[in-house]
Design a binder for this molecule. Sequence first.
Ligand SMILES: Nc1nc2c(ncn2[C@@H]2O[C@H](COP(=O)(O)OP(=O)(O)OP(=O)(O)O)[C@@H](O)[C@H]2O)c(=O)[nH]1
Length: 332
Amino acid sequence: MNEANAFNPVPVTILTGFLGAGKTTLLNRILSEDHGHRIAVIENEFGEEGVDNDLLIQGEEQIVEMNNGCICCTVRGDLVRILGELADKRTAGGAEFDRVIIETTGLADPAPVAQTFFADRNIADFYTLDAIVTVVDAKHASNQLDDHHEAQEQVGFADRLLLSKTDLVSAEEVENLENRLRAMNSRAPIRHVHFGSCDIDEVLDIRGFNLQAILEVEPDFLEDVTHEHDDDISSFVYRSDRAFDAARIMAFFDVMVRVYGEDLLRYKGILQIEGQENRIIYQGVHMMMNADFGKPWSADEKRESVMVFIGRDLPKQAFIDAMDECRVPAVA
Ligand SMILES: Nc1nc2c(ncn2[C@@H]2O[C@H](COP(=O)(O)OP(=O)(O)OP(=O)(O)O)[C@@H](O)[C@H]2O)c(=O)[nH]1
């Protein structure tokens, strides 16, 4: 393995995109492909609880989770620390990776994350920012871009735009969206990705990040940016160790998306369903939801359902009470 230093730094890709755009799907695809790259992944999630680790296929890679806040504001110090620790481990021979992917939360502004690679001397010496790659959800992007400045920042800062879920919309909608994206960011080539499938060369080693170009668009880039999230968005977690009745919980989700679909930006979790030996992964964005089989529960582990909801003014207690009602009766 080459020694990383200022002349041979480790390339870093910032993978961003609004809530539910398809970042984890793409990352899973990359991690499961035989491309010869050794990748360390840093994962950040919005909300108090992370479920992405369970959604990510674990291989040989180094995967570090950051769950206690959003990477672009409260946990930037954590990012510097984690990058430093990974660098030390690699130098000491304890970690074999030749590149890093940082998956940000769907609400992250990529600018402060990118700044880390210029602001901190030790980080700047060891790593180089290869590119900001933004996944754009073809089904939901136009509303997200209208409503959320985070979605606009993610497009504006991208060195590459990957359009997901084009299977869910018409060719005309794709074309209109591409025109809008080009008007917002003419620097970034646009590619399509279908359930994370795309050429790895479109994501890694694209040497897309150009500080000069960014400074032209955003002269204050290297200043400390103050940054705020849309404050009407919040998250909460439901958890229970009692299994759900399949029919009842699915009926609840049906009603939930019909009534709250507009305000439900993202929901995802692992469910324990009675009579089911596998975890059920249930997730969605607005009204589009899907369920899938996850890993089987092992005999010695505590079975627990954990579900994260991110949305606008969601009635937390009503959701929790309704989900409680969908559980099988407690054993006396
Ligand atoms: N139809 C369709 N669905 C997709 C595609 N890519 C991803 N999805 C689905 O979109 C949902 C969200 O995908 P994720 O990869 O978890 O999205 P994410 O950006 O990691 O989500 P957060 O980290 O929660 O912001 C999942 O149900 C995926 O199966 C695609 O190309 N087409």
